[in-house]
Design a protein around this ligand. Structure first.
Ligand SMILES: [Zn+2]
Length: 181
């Protein structure tokens, strides 16, 4: 474990100190153009952020440009906030993630196909929320709130101003998925 450098004997170490000390060494080292090339998980993560992907390409970006994602303050309901956070971190059961944890040889990304439709598409976050016909009914319910249109990108969806609706949308898609095992 890497020390944060925070003295545990200090009176009250503020979260701002932790955040600052974590940002500086980690973000610049681990979110870089090189790491983007090597990690599909990191690419998924960054594809859901409005500004991190841009910052990751810019090695000169100052740590202060990394900011907390808006959903953390906009979504009051803990379960919705947790659902969005888990989805953003690929803490889910979609095939793209299941394949990453396969025992033995990992299946190539292109073989981690959706088992809920016949499109023979990789079941990644974008397919799940935006394209898979298995969730068309859920998508229709949130079409207005989330401005779901043909061609809507995962970045745009995940940064919708209606983050509470987004949390419900993700939860309902997973509920349908669980029913269709
Ligand atoms: Zn599908």
């Amino acid at each position: 474990m890497v020390s944060t450098g925070v003295d545990s004997s200090a009176d009250v170490p503020s979260t701002a100190i932790y955040a600052q000390r974590l940002q500086q060494p980690y973000l610049h080292q681990h979110i870089s153009p090189q790491s983007l090339q090597q990690s599909t998980l990191l690419r998924s993560y960054l594809s859901m952020h409005s500004n991190l992907h841009t910052l990751a390409q810019d090695c000169t970006a100052a740590p202060s440009q990394y900011v907390a994602q808006p959903y953390l303050s906009r979504v009051d309901d803990f379960r919705s906030r947790k659902g969005i956070a888990r989805f953003r971190c690929s803490n889910h059961v979609l095939q793209i993630e299941v394949g990453r944890h396969s025992r033995g040889e990992r299946p190539p990304v292109e073989e981690r196909l959706c088992t809920r439709c016949d499109l023979r598409a990789v079941e990644n976050e974008a397919h799940f929320l935006l394209d898979c016909p298995a969730y068309a009914a859920v998508r229709a319910r949130f079409e207005q709130d989330l401005q779901l249109r043909p061609g809507t990108s995962l970045t745009v969806l995940m940064n919708s101003p209606k983050q509470c609706a987004l949390g419900k949308f993700i939860a309902q898609c997973f509920a349908v998925r669980a029913q269709n095992c």
